[in-house]
Design a binder for this molecule. Structure first.
Ligand SMILES: C[S@@+](CC[C@H](N)C(=O)[O-])C[C@H]1O[C@@H](n2cnc3c(N)ncnc32)[C@H](O)[C@@H]1O
Length: 192
């Protein structure tokens, strides 16, 4: 069994409405995380189709190239997050849960940007692997909080069993209240 932080779509809507997650687009540490993910996207498939699972208000899109934005699809369970994303820019954002998302098309890059704690990550990684193009890349960012370090370890154990790590960046932001780390990995399916 994987550990999941259960948050309903309504709670996400309420929190986005109150501005609780606005810092994701403003904080230099969070922006640096998005910049690294955008660099990975450029490195692994600059012209490829991108799927951003749990895209929120589209904070990653601040760092994508114009041609990457043309090939971008963001999905999020929160209607409010998608409304805010659409207010910001005219890209393809849809209200959809990671649990129910279906697609006939394959994506060159599938991004789980600070979202894997909220879904059954083992199931999600397996399901979304089916939407990955041949030689496609999965990009995952998780923040390292001592309170949830054990579950992060479990996430990486699962990814290690399914994927090969192509890139791994550890980002650290220090402030008066302490330090915050992000683990950001680019993964490819293992060849059997
Ligand atoms: C911490 S926020 C990160 C948002 C965005 N990726 C970013 O970095 O700015 C987590 C996001 O995951 C979304 N989310 C949570 N559970 C989800 C699910 N089952 N399917 C799709 N999105 C989900 C939330 O609505 C929220 O926007």
């Amino acid at each position: 069994m994987t550990e999941v932080i259960k948050v309903s779509g309504d709670t996400w809507n309420l929190e986005y409405g109150k501005g609780k997650w606005t810092y994701l687009e403003k904080d230099p540490g969070e922006q640096s995380r998005n910049a690294i993910i955008a660099i990975y996207c450029k490195q692994f498939a600059v012209d490829g189709k991108l799927l951003d699972v749990g895209c929120g208000t589209g904070s990653l899109c601040d760092f994508l190239l114009d041609k990457q934005k043309e090939n971008y699809l963001g999905i999020d369970i929160s209607a409010e997050a998608i409304r805010l994303a659409n207010l910001k820019r005219n890209l393809t954002y849809i209200i959809e849960s990671a649990e129910t998302f279906q697609s006939d098309e394959k994506f060159d890059i599938i991004i789980f940007n600070e979202v894997l704690y909220y879904v059954d990550y083992k199931k999600a990684l397996k399901r979304f692997s089916e939407f990955l193009a041949a030689n496609g890349t999965i990009i995952i960012s998780v923040y390292k909080n001592p309170a949830i370090s054990e579950s992060l370890e479990k996430i990486w154990n699962v990814t290690d069993s399914m994927f090969e790590t192509m890139e791994h960046t550890i980002l650290c932001k220090k402030s008066n209240s302490g330090a915050l780390w992000w683990d950001i990995k680019a993964l490819k399916k293992k060849e059997y």
